[in-house]
Design a protein around this ligand. Structure first.
Ligand SMILES: Cc1cc2nc3c(=O)[nH]c(=O)nc-3n(C[C@H](O)[C@H](O)[C@H](O)COP(=O)(O)O)c2cc1C
Length: 322
């Protein structure tokens, strides 16, 4: 397995987002905003019986992107698993396919996932989580990282979870500063990111409530984290890393709407090149536009109209007229 270069401090991560960060979306991000240092696939659920064909894993990562070693080096392949799933089998496939970076999702709050004892539910029982982490580490020689929440209903296991992941050979930990019960609404508690930095020997990536370029700076200063991962803020402004690197902290409305139009021109042409159905094109365009107009003066009505639009031309003419 190819050894990856260490992750520099101050790195910016585009977060995994189910239903969003598929191959097409990541291609737009990589082509237009290469200032994101790292990206992630959304999670691939480990099956509870049998195995996926190899081509399913490659498709999840992106068939074209799989051919590019520099993209493999900057993209974590994320899995979601539990004790009931065939983790060893999937890890072997990931190893055999030579994906150099495997990330374990220990934060998913979905009721179905937690009912099956996966995602953030794993934080309730650190001994069993340790067994699972250990078995992945033993079967995989590439970079193994984990993304966690600060707890399930409370934070009593937080310190021990960070220590355990360190002891079991996890090489980087992303801390989303919310418990499972907080879901996405409660304010992210950055003090836990700071706490993880103090407890951990391996790099900590901070995540939660980064909505602007100034928030990136603030998170690094307040928590001492090694890097910052952005999810909904990056969906709102996929160019956030570029603005950050250019020191462009106060974009005007005109600059933002121009970027939104450019983004959708590129996104639409990639989706069309893949022969997506008209229904799929409208659905995906709506999904990725979800946060884009938030906070932009005078755009509240257009945001609603975008969501209600019935056809692709209707959606795209609203974007054009921003
Ligand atoms: C639509 C959506 C899908 C998500 N899918 C995933 C996922 O597949 N894997 C994961 O680890 N986290 C996932 N998350 C969580 C985010 O990566 C991130 O941890 C969370 O949104 C907090 O960051 P934020 O406050 O910057 O949004 C998802 C979040 C959203 C909003």
């Amino acid at each position: 397995m190819k050894k990856l270069a260490p992750i520099p401090s101050g790195s910016l991560f585009f977060a995994p987002m189910e239903g969003i960060t598929d191959e097409t979306y990541r291609k737009v991000i990589q082509n237009n905003y290469p200032e994101w240092d790292y990206l992630a696939t959304d999670f691939l659920r480990v099956p509870s019986a049998g195995r996926y064909p190899n081509k399913h894993l490659v498709r999840h990562f992106g068939k074209e992107l799989y051919e590019l070693s520099e993209i493999q080096a900057k993209t974590m392949f994320q899995i979601l698993t539990s004790h009931r799933a065939f983790t060893g089998e999937m890890v072997k496939q990931i190893q055999d396919l030579q994906f150099p970076w495997l990330d374990m999702n220990i934060g998913c709050p979905s009721p179905t996932v937690c009912k099956n004892q996966g995602g953030s539910y794993l934080l309730t029982d650190l001994l069993s989580l340790r067994d699972l982490v250990r078995s992945i580490r033993q079967g995989y020689t590439g970079r193994f990282t984990a993304k966690i929440r600060i707890g399930y209903s409370d934070t009593k296991n937080f310190d021990d979870s960070i220590k355990m992941l360190n002891d079991e050979g996890v090489e980087l930990i992303t801390v989303h500063g919310r418990t499972r019960d907080d879901m996405y609404k409660a304010p992210a508690r950055w003090e836990f990111i700071e706490r993880a930095v103090k407890l951990s020997q391996v790099p900590i990536i901070g995540n939660g409530d980064v909505w602007s370029t100034s928030d990136i700076d603030r998170m690094i200063k307040e928590t001492g984290c090694h890097g910052v991962m952005v999810a909904r803020g990056a969906l709102k402004a996929p160019w956030m890393a570029q603005d950050y690197r250019l020191g462009h902290f106060h974009p005007t409305k005109k600059e933002t709407t121009t970027k939104i139009k450019q983004f959708f021109t590129d996104y639409r042409s990639l989706l069309e090149a893949e022969n997506i159905s008209v229904r799929g094109l409208l659905k995906q365009s709506k999904s990725v536009s979800r946060f884009m107009l938030d906070g932009i003066e005078g755009c509240e009505m257009v945001k609603r109209q975008l969501m209600l639009s019935q056809t692709v031309p209707e959606f795209y003419s609203l974007v054009e007229n921003l």
